[in-house]
Write a protein that binds this ligand. Structure first.
Ligand SMILES: *Cc1c(COP(=O)(O)O)cnc(C)c1O
Length: 368
């Protein structure tokens, strides 16, 4: 087999992210979608995802074509019936996107927005649920990739459970990178995608759901292609069959990525590597004069937002271009009130890469 070219740069972004050569290599052949070889790969992936999500029985995984947002939309439109009402806890762009999806799908909803740098207020949540028995579902983002904020999903799950509502967690950027047990955080639905912490390539997402919860959703979906129940039923009865064309190469790469996650020592080891990346990054960036947007207790091992330097000559685009020439791609900010940029520490990025990144950042600081 021909060797693959080296990447011209490392992606320090929240997805797609840098993947190993071995993950990319397994895509270099074609796969038939309906035979047992392929379906066995799909079934192994589904079982592995459930194992990663919780040791408690009673959960199932459904894969869905598209990027992560397609999966969030599939989950919302399928989980929430016409008579349902969704409460969205938002503190960043991805939480607000959940509300936009609800609006597009004509799902009755309300939003509690705590701003980009604060956790959702659990007191306000309790009050809202106590006062409004019509709220059937609560949704929150686990790691708000806008800022890197890690939200207290277990505390929120406790409250949602106390009021017997259904709990939907967008764990897109955290699943596989941070140890979590969806039964323990009392999530009924956990959503993520192939190109985040599992370190696969983009092309599909997945929802891990309580079987009893999902089994009650037949006919809810306001969309054919995004009907998560229908996709689940087809995968269950067809033993790994997808409705419509499945992203075969991406699926094969994802299976390899899951093997590599196990080879690294599982989620606990990956979490450790990501935290080491982050700690080295923040220490080095602080030495260079950069200030993280969030205080310590809010930070995640996934991505860190830094304040843009307060200098009249600083332009993000120029900084970005210089870093890219030196082999590192960073990410623009998404916070509405402040000028920020983001550096991801997930993917095939290792502590040994960080000193080189910091040297490149120092070189790229043309404004000092
Ligand atoms: C990446 C991400 C998504 C999905 O984004 P896509 O661009 O559709 O893949 C959703 N929520 C969070 C928190 C994310 O980080």
């Amino acid at each position: 087999m021909e060797t693959l070219p080296d990447n011209p740069y490392l992606l320090l972004t929240p997805g797609p992210l840098s993947t190993t050569k071995s993950v990319k290599q397994v895509m270099l052949r074609d796969w038939c979608t309906w035979d047992d070889d392929y379906k066995q790969i799909v079934e192994t992936i589904r079982a592995t995802l459930v194992q990663l999500a919780t040791p408690v029985p009673g959960y199932t995984a459904v894969l869905m074509q598209g990027s992560g947002t397609f999966c969030v939309e599939a989950c919302l439109t399928t989980a929430i019936p016409d008579k349902g009402r969704l409460l969205v806890l938002a503190n960043g762009a991805y939480g607000r996107r959940i509300a936009r999806i609800a609006a597009c799908q004509r799902i009755d909803h309300l939003v509690l927005d705590s701003g980009d740098t604060e956790w959702p207020d659990t007191e306000v949540l309790s009050k809202a649920l106590a006062q409004d028995p019509g709220i059937t579902h609560v949704a929150v983002v686990h790691c708000e990739t806008t800022t890197g904020m890690l939200n207290p999903v277990a505390d929120i799950g406790d409250i949602v459970r106390r009021f017997h509502r259904t709990f939907i967690v967008d764990a897109m950027s955290s699943f596989g990178g941070i140890p979590m047990d969806m039964a323990q955080i009392q999530a009924d639905y956990l959503i993520s995608s192939a190109n985040k912490c599992i370190q696969g390539v983009p092309g599909f997402g997945f929802v891990i759901a309580g079987k009893r919860e999902l089994a009650r959703t037949r006919g809810n979906a306001r969309s054919l292609s995004l009907d998560l129940f229908d996709q689940w039923e087809t995968m269950e009865t067809g033993h790994g069959k997808w409705r419509f064309t499945s992203p075969t190469h991406v699926v094969r790469a994802f299976a390899k990525a899951l093997e590599e996650l196990a080879g690294e020592g599982g989620v606990a080891q990956r979490w450790k590597r990501y935290r080491e990346n982050r700690d080295l990054l923040i220490a080095g960036m602080t030495r260079l004069g950069f200030v993280p947007l969030l205080d310590e207790p809010y930070r995640s091992p996934i991505i860190t937002a830094f304040l843009g330097p307060d200098h009249p000559d600083y332009r993000f685009n120029q900084f970005y271009d210089r870093l890219k020439q030196k082999g590192f791609v960073i990410y623009p900010g998404k916070v509405t009130q402040q000028d920020t940029f983001r550096i991801g520490h997930i993917g095939d990025i290792h502590p040994a890469d960080i000193p080189q990144l910091l040297a490149a950042v120092q070189d790229a600081m043309y404004w000092v």
